[in-house]
Design a protein around this ligand. Sequence first.
Ligand code: HEC
Length: 105
Amino acid sequence: MHFKQAIAAVAIAASAAVCAGAAASEPSNLGERYASTCASCHGANGVPLGGAVPGLAGQSSEYIINAMAEFKTGKRQATIMHQIAKGYSDRQIELLAAYFAAQKQ
Ligand code: HEC
C-alpha cells in the first residue's frame, strides 16, 4: 500500500469509529436540544407566549406523541404542525415529548 492510501484507510477507519460511538450513546439533553426549534412558537421550555399557539410545558408525553402522530398523518387539522411533525422521527418525538412533559407550566 502506498503511503497516501494508508493515511486514507486510517482516516476512514477513524471516522467510522466516531460514527459508531455517536449512535451508541445518545446525549442526555437531546430532547432539550430538539425543543429549542419549537421555542420560537411554543415559548422557551414550552411555556405559552399567549396568542394562538398552545403551550407544551407540563402536557403529558402521551398527549404530545399522539398529537404529533395525528399531525403527521393529517388526522388532526393544522396550519403549520403537519409540516413540522413530518420532520421528526418517532424517537425524536419521544424525546421532545419527555422534555416538554417535564417542564413547569
Ligand atoms: C412556526 C411555529 C411553530 C413551531 C416552530 C412549532 N409549532 Fe407546534 N404548534 C404551532 C401551532 C400554530 C399549533 C396549533 C396547530 C396548528 O395550527 O398547526 C401547534 C400545536 C402543537 C401541538 C398540539 C398542542 C395542543 O395542545 O393542541 C403540539 C404537540 C406541538 N405543536 C408540538 C411542537 C413541537 C414538538 C415542536 C418542535 C419540534 C413545534 N410544535 C414547533 C406552531 C408551531
